[in-house]
Design a protein around this ligand. Structure first.
Ligand code: SF4
Length: 191
């Protein structure tokens, strides 16, 4: 398969989340992360395995949700270790829908700023949360799981206040009885 046509290795997909950005959002958790933050909430996303989902299929799944969602959140795993398919997905979302885009990355902002895809990211993402998870600086506020993470708003769609209103965690109960704990502080659920 041509590298330019690669699909996205994904760990999970949740069509309706209220704890991963402003409003109700579809969430894509990508599979694969080599950054190794001690205390990471999602260690099962680290392995590089998992099949590739064609970007166009993922896009159609998101578009099919229509106006029931306000936007899409890309989380992980590490989205910026699959930049080509992630940016292709975000490009279609920007060009063909009015959905907003939130992206969580474990890369620190200076690392993101050196990436050749920075301009495309700024163009296609409304809210970027950057930085390793630091367990010693753990907080759960404004979409930041630890205080060292930095918030970057591109464009004027959202303000920091919009992010403060996002719940820290949620429990999604699936029709088959499975539970998904999501959000920036999922370990606190039920405590
Ligand atoms: S970048 Fe995210 S997924 Fe990767 S180890 Fe750190 S917290 Fe976990």
């Amino acid at each position: 398969m041509n590298r330019a046509q690669r699909g996205l290795r994904i760990h999970g997909f949740e069509p309706y989340s209220a704890a991963n950005g402003p409003g109700v959002r579809a969430v894509v958790w990508v599979q694969g992360c080599t950054l190794g933050c001690p205390g990471c909430f999602n260690p099962e996303t680290h392995a590089r395995g998992g099949g590739e989902t064609p970007v166009d299929d993922l896009f159609e799944r998101i578009r099919g949700l229509g106006d029931r969602i306000e936007g899409v959140t890309i989380s992980g795993g590490e989205p910026l270790q699959q930049r080509e398919p992630v940016l292709r997905l975000l490009g279609r979302i920007r060009a063909e829908t009015s959905l907003s885009a939130v992206l969580f990355t474990g890369y620190r902002w200076p690392e993101v700023a050196r990436m050749p895809e920075l301009a495309a990211l700024r163009d296609r993402v409304d809210v970027l949360l950057a930085g390793r998870y630091e367990a010693g600086q753990r907080i759960a506020r404004g979409l930041r799981g630890s205080a060292n993470k930095t918030l970057h708003l591109f464009g004027d769609r959202y303000t920091p206040h919009d992010l403060d209103a996002v719940p820290d965690a949620e429990v999604v109960i699936h029709p088959d009885g499975r539970l998904t704990l999501t959000g920036i502080d999922p370990l606190e659920v039920g405590e």
